[in-house]
Design a protein around this ligand. Structure first.
Ligand code: SAM
Length: 297
């Protein structure tokens, strides 16, 4: 019987059937855990707010489960998959769709701005991914820090990573990733996803989070790169004071006295820890050091 597009994948039987027929062997090094729960797929598609004018970049399509759904909702889908053994499977599972481009590449090596130019005339795209956990942070940070025009990113990540993305000062999860997410985007937790929604089952819980990119960051600084160096230095040694964190960082070369003056300029005491500072305070700190450097030149 001819299967309809919508019922093809996204449930355990069909996924297992495709995997067996192609004798596909899961590769741990690529973080391959395929989604087999249609409700989770629905939640991802809804959270991503895809419309029929959208161009969507999917990172790691696997056997094409989410790709099919994306193709039903979007104008065009670009699916970048590193594993060459999945390409013949994708050719089969996606053959009825004419708005999908599959690229066999490592996403970390792709010219993403080039893709956006080619497939969306440089206009903002949406990114959807059930990410391999080992590259979650480099992918998200790379997309934010580069000049890729993005509306939003809807990603499946490890539950702990989703918590870190949404944490504020004072929480144990607060860190460099929380501040980067705050600076670039508005996070929204769309779903918690237990291990039994995947084959094979991952050893950790997962969550779907949407990051809607800010038009203008909520804190303004003259020197965002310096601000992120300060943030990394502050959280490298969590239990240390801000003073010691900045002093010991290989990325910074300010004297103790200069650092003390910068901290004092925020109205903070010498024993303050980096994890107590808000994004706005890091922005002010960056501007203080930026002004200091310009004066010294
Ligand atoms: N999207 C599918 C799903 O939800 O069932 C698969 C998700 S699986 C967690 C991650 C996928 O990303 C795998 O297909 C894996 O081969 C692919 N992948 C891993 N590293 C990648 C990379 N650097 N670039 C592109 N794809 C990658």
């Amino acid at each position: 019987m001819e299967q309809t597009k919508k019922s093809l994948l996204g449930n355990p039987q069909n996924t297992i059937e495709v995997i067996k027929r192609h004798q596909f062997a899961f590769q741990k090094k690529f973080g391959q855990n395929f989604l087999i729960d249609p409700h989770v797929l629905d939640k991802i598609i809804t959270a991503a707010q895809i419309t029929d004018g959208d161009c969507v970049l999917e990172i790691g399509p696997g056997i094409g489960t989410m790709t099919q759904r994306l193709a039903e909702s979007a104008r065009h889908v670009i699916a970048v998959e590193i594993d060459k053994n999945l390409i013949p499977i994708l050719e089969e599972t996606l053959k009825e769709y004419h708005n999908i481009t599959v690229i066999n590449q490592d996403i970390l090596k792709m010219d993403i701005p080039g893709l956006v130019d080619e497939y969306n005339q440089g206009a903002p795209i949406k990114v959807v991914a059930n990410l391999p956990y080992y590259i979650t942070t480099p992918i998200i940070m790379g997309l934010f820090e580069s000049q890729v025009p993005i509306d939003n990113l809807t990603v499946m990540v490890q539950k702990e990573v989703a918590q870190r993305m949404q944490a504020g000062p004072g929480s144990k999860d607060y860190g460099a990733l929380s501040l980067a997410v705050q600076y670039y985007a508005q996070p929204y937790l769309a779903a918690n996803v237990p291990p039994n929604c995947f084959i094979p089952r991952p050893g950790v819980g997962s969550a779907v989070i949407r990051l809607s990119r800010h038009r203008r960051p909520p804190a303004q600084t003259e020197n965002p790169a310096l601000m992120f160096r300060l943030i990394r230095a502050s959280f490298n040694q969590r239990r240390k004071t801000l003073q010691n964190g900045l002093n010991n960082s290989p990325e910074l070369s300010y004297s103790r006295e200069v650092i003390a003056a910068a901290i004092e300029s925020l109205g903070l005491g010498p024993s303050v820890r980096g994890e107590a500072l808000t994004l706005e305070q890091f922005a002010r700190l960056a501007d203080w050091f930026d002004a200091y450097e310009k004066k010294e030149k």
